[in-house]
Design a protein around this ligand. Structure first.
Ligand code: TYD
Ligand code: MG
Length: 481
C-alpha cells in the first residue's frame, strides 16, 4: 500500500513543506503553497490499467539523416544554441506570454520539416486549427510538420515511439502537460516535473531533440518550469519590450554551447524576422539632438552591438533621490555615480537619475561605464554629445578609464555604421587593429571626459549645435532609412 505523501509545494520554486504556511521560506513568495501528492507513483493496479493510446498525426515527413547537430535554418537561433539542436538534448524556452515563443518555434519546425526532417509540434495550449492559422499567416502551411493538440505525456510518448524517431519535438507548453504517474493537478510543480522527466527520458533514449516551452511569471522567473531548469540541457529566454518589435533570445544555460550569445529578431506582421545586424536596429530610432544620449559600442558574445544609452538627470523633490535603470546593472550605475561625485566634482545627490538602454537590450558589460557616464554628465550639464561618436571603457573606482576586450571589433562596427569618432581608454589606443577609419579620442581618466562635456555645455548657444547635426551619419537621422 502506497504511503500517503501529501505535502505542500511552493508553486513558484518547488520547495515542499509538511504543513501549510503563508510564506515560502525558500523563495520568500506569499500564498504560493498548494497541496500536492509528491509520492511520484500510483498503485500498480492503476498504472497497468492505463496504456498510452495512440493518436493520429498530420501528414508525414521524410527520413532523418544522422548529424550530431541539427541546424534550424534560422541563423540567429543557431547562434544561441551553439550551432543547432544536439541529438537527444532537451531545451527549455522561457518567456512572457505573447512574446512570440510559439511563432519562433513554428518557424523553426517548418524550416526543418521542409528540409526533410521528421518534426513534431505538440500544442497543449492551442487547438490544431489555431496552430494552422498561425502557420498560414506565416506562409508555412505547406511545411510537412506533424501536428497534434495533446496534453497527456503517456499518449505523446506512445505515439512518438512509433515510426522513425523524430529529429525535433516541440512541446508547447510544459505547464499544460500531465502524466498519470502522479496525482497532482496539471500545471502544478509535481506534474511539470514528472512530465518533463518522462519527456527527457524519451529524448535520451531515442536521440530526438526536444524543446519545452515554458511561461514566465511577472518577476522574470520561469514559473513551475523553474524546477525543470536543472534537468534540461539548455535554457533560453525569449525577451522583449511589449511595445517594441525587437525580440532577444538569450542562452541562460547551455551544456553544448556559449551562454553569452544573443539572437535578435523583429516581430513583423509576417512573423519573426532575423536581425543579422542588431546595431542598425537599435540605432534606428535615435533621438538626435537631445542631451543625455550616448552610443555604446558593446560586444554580445562574439558580435559587436551598438546601442544607445539614454540618461535623464533632474533635480529631485524627494529626500532620497531616485535612481532607476532599465537594461543595465543598478549597482554599476551607483558605482559610476559615486566615482563622478568623488573624483570629478559632479554633484548628483540632489538629482533623480534615470538610465535606459534603448531597444530593450540588457547590457552586462562593464565596458558600458564610459558611455553611461558620458550620457549622465551630458544630461546634467544639458550639453548634447557629438552624434557621430561611440563610447566604451570600464571605469575603476579611482576614476581611471580602463581598457576592455575586443577594441578592434567595436571600432570596426562603429565605422561600418558611419560613425566618425570613438571615445575609448587611453591604453586601448595601441590595439585598435590598424586603421579603423575613426578619429580616436583616448581618455585616461573620467575627469578628462567630464571636463570635455562640461566645456561643450558652456559653449552651448554658440554656433556648434546645428553643425553637429549635419555631422550625423545620414542613416540615423529621424525619419530616414
Ligand atoms: P505567440 O507566438 O503566440 O506568443 P507566445 O507563444 O510566446 O505566447 O505570439 C503572439 C504575439 O505575436 C501576438 O500578440 C501576435 C504577434 N504576432 C505578430 O505580430 N505577427 C505574426 O506573424 C504572428 C504569428 C504573431
Ligand atoms: Mg504560445
Amino acid at each position: 500500500m502506497a504511503k500517503n505523501t501529501l505535502s505542500f509545494v511552493c508553486q513558484n520554486c518547488g520547495a515542499a513543506y509538511n504543513r501549510w504556511q503563508g510564506k515560502c521560506e525558500s523563495c520568500g513568495e506569499w500564498n504560493t503553497l498548494a497541496e500536492e501528492d509528491t509520492s511520484g507513483s500510483v498503485p500498480v493496479s492503476i498504472r497497468s490499467r492505463r496504456k498510452g493510446r495512440t493518436f493520429a498525426l498530420e501528414s508525414l515527413a521524410g527520413k532523418s539523416p544522422d548529424a550530431p547537430r541539427l541546424s534550424s535554418g534560422l541563423s540567429e537561433l543557431d547562434r544561441v544554441t551553439g550551432g543547432g539542436f544536439v541529438r537527444g538534448s532537451v531545451l527549455l524556452v522561457g518567456g512572457d506570454p505573447g512574446i512570440g515563443k510559439s511563432t519562433l518555434l513554428t518557424q523553426a519546425t517548418s524550416l526543418l520539416a521542409r528540409a526533410g526532417h521528421r518534426v513534431v509540434y505538440i500544442s497543449g495550449e492551442e487547438a490544431v486549427a489555431q496552430v494552422r492559422l498561425r502557420a498560414e499567416r506565416l506562409g508555412l502551411s505547406d511545411a510537412p510538420v506533424q501536428l497534434a493538440a495533446e496534453t497527456s505525456v503517456e499518449d505523446i510518448v506512445s505515439t512518438l515511439s512509433e515510426g522513425a524517431v523524430p529529429r525535433l519535438i516541440v512541446i508547447d507548453s510544459i505547464q499544460t502537460m500531465w502524466t498519470d504517474t502522479v496525482e497532482s493537478a496539471p500545471g502544478t510543480v509535481t506534474q511539470v516535473r514528472a512530465s518533463a522527466q518522462a519527456l527527457i527520458r524519451f529524448a535520451k533514449k531515442t536521440g530526438a531533440a526536444i524543446i519545452l516551452v515554458g511561461h514566465v511569471t511577472k518577476d522574470g522567473q520561469i514559473a513551475g518550469p523553474r524546477v525543470v531548469e536543472h534537468m534540461v540541457d539548455a535554457v533560453m529566454s525569449f525577451e522583449g519590450e511589449g511595445s517594441q518589435q525587437f525580440r532577444i533570445l538569450r542562452a541562460v544555460k547551455n551544456r553544448f554551447g556559449p551562454t553569452d550569445e544573443i539572437g535578435v529578431f523583429e516581430m513583423t506582421g509576417l512573423g519573426l524576422r532575423e536581425v543579422t545586424n542588431p546595431s542598425e536596429l537599435f540605432l534606428s530610432e535615435r533621438d538626435l539632438g537631445t542631451p543625455g544620449t550616448a552610443v555604446f559600442a558593446g560586444i554580445e558574445g562574439t558580435r559587436p552591438v551598438l546601442v544607445e544609452l539614454q540618461a535623464l538627470v533632474a533635480p529631485t523633490s524627494l529626500g532620497t533621490p531616485r535612481r532607476a535603470v532599465v537594461g543595465w546593472d543598478p549597482s554599476r550605475l551607483s558605482m559610476v555615480l559615486a566615482v563622478l561625485e568623488a573624483h570629478c566634482g559632479v554633484k548628483l545627490s540632489g538629482h533623480d537619475v534615470y538610465l535606459n538602454v534603448a531597444g530593450g537590450l540588457r547590457i552586462n558589460e562593464p565596458a558600458a561605464d564610459l558611455a553611461a557616464a558620458a550620457a549622465l554628465v551630458s544630461s546634467l550639464v544639458n550639453a548634447q554629445l557629438p552624434t557621430d561618436a561611440v563610447y566604451f571603457g570600464e571605469i575603476s573606482l579611482s576614476g581611471v578609464v580602463r581598457p576592455v576586450a575586443q577594441t578592434p571589433a567595436r571600432l570596426k562596427e562603429a565605422a561600418k555604421l558611419g560613425f566618425q569618432r570613438a571615445v575609448l581608454p587611453e591604453s586601448a589606443r595601441g590595439e585598435t587593429g590598424g586603421d579603423a577609419g575613426l578619429s580616436l579620442n583616448a581618455v585616461n581618466s573620467l575627469t578628462t571626459l567630464v571636463a570635455e562635456i562640461a566645456a561643450r555645455g558652456s559653449r552651448r548657444g554658440e554656433s556648434n549645435a546645428p553643425a553637429e547635426k549635419n555631422a550625423t551619419p545620414a542613416r540615423f537621422r529621424r525619419g530616414e532609412g
